[in-house]
Design a protein around this ligand. Sequence first.
Ligand code: ME8
Length: 500
Amino acid sequence: MSFYVTTPIYYVNGEPHLGHAYSTIAADILARHHRQRGEDVFFLTGTDEHGEPVTQEAEREGVDPRELGDRYAPRFKDLAARVSASNDFFIRTTDEGHIKRVQDVVQRVYDNGHVYEGTYEGWYCPRCADFKTESEIEDGSRCPIHKIELTREEEKNWFFRLSSFQQDLERLYEQRPSFVEPDFRRNEALAFIKQGLQDVSLSRRRLKWGVPVPWDPDQVIYVWFDALLNYYTALGYGRVGEDLTGEFWPAFHILAKDILKFHAIYWPAFLMAAGIEVPRGMYIHGFLLMEGHKMSKSLGNVLDPYKAIELFGADALRYYLFREVSFGQDGQISTQGFEARYETELANEYGNLANRTLSMVGRYREGVVPEAVAEPELAGGFEGAAERACELLDASELTQALEEIWKLVRRLNQYVEEAAPWKLAKDDAEAERLDSVLYGLAEGLRVTTLLLHAYMPDTTGRLLEALGEPGRELAEFGSRGGGQQLGELAPLFPKLEPAD
Ligand code: ME8
């Protein structure tokens, strides 16, 4: 089994922010989870360096657009590393390997008869690098995403016959109901298709910064086709000396609702036109909101993920984002909410559970997990838990899966209180029961921590090491018998000093 997951490639027209980190973390959780299930995984992220959004910023700063890529691509790469993303490759659309392959595919689409020369006139947003249909325009002439004035543009250039894929797309949506998830996004995309599709421009004449159209080098390929193709081109050169296309294509895409139309409509149509298999699917998430606004470079309403990671660690941020905001929906985030969950859930519930379990096994059983059978009242709560989490993760329901896993953390804490091992330890007649309780706690903690590993790779890695767990595969409760020597564990989520 193989699994190929991607994030959007981010524009290099400004500093990366938490919104970008969010998509990257989501894709990383899926990548890590699938690796835990023993699948071959390829995880791709990167930067989108051509086109209007980047050219505009370069003009504003009076620099060459190439310079912006060289400045910001390393920052995006660094952010991915800081949030513990386990991406296998970082693509830049200025890579030679990408450019060459984009030209190949676009040429194929041309050769297959899906391209013609024409003129288009309409309302254009340079930040989106997109013409807007009448129904997408806000307040007469504003971009609904960037809130800036649209410009009336006329373009004579190459067109992609999107309209001729209307039926193929409708059929695709019918045959593969989960092609676009969640459902309400699928319906949105399908409604857009059913309105009737218009052809879209495939090239830009005025623009110099982009991939030259192979049969007409005076024009560059429209940035959206150049960008979307990254998902495909990367497999051709992302691992030196190997072509991974056969092994990993088609991809599963993670993205937010702002770029739904490109991914859910243009992209599969373009692939069909090139004779390439359409994506395996895509999950469209919502926006992280601070004070009710979409956080973005252009609105300047930015929360700094670096500071959060420096103070609380990447795992805490990863956890918070997927716990607080129901994945798929827009959701408010705040520093107060973050600190509260850090304290009450990560430190008090999970961190304490880990430390208590290790210290009780240490104190009462010299650090060796008893070889015993867990009490049914505890074991029962774990039945089918891993399976449920897997099913939810298969549907990219990252928040619901985390919710299920967190129920296990709470159940274990409740069990500690009910079983009160410190009381059992005072009574020799209860030695067997104490064995069973301590075994159950260690086993429950192990199984739960394996499930949490995709969300919080660093802290859970430390805990699993202390639990003497060599592997990272998901496990059923009771599948390990006891007898392990437990190690030391520094607090997983230390209390912050007020000075911080
Ligand atoms: O659109 N909340 O790049 P981009 C959640 N280059 N996610 C957010 C977010 C927020 N507030 N802000 C940004 C582009 N994102 C194109 C994509 S793909 C072939 C080309 C995330 O830099 C989210 O994934 O504007 C969104 O779709 C993406 O960043 C847009 O990044």
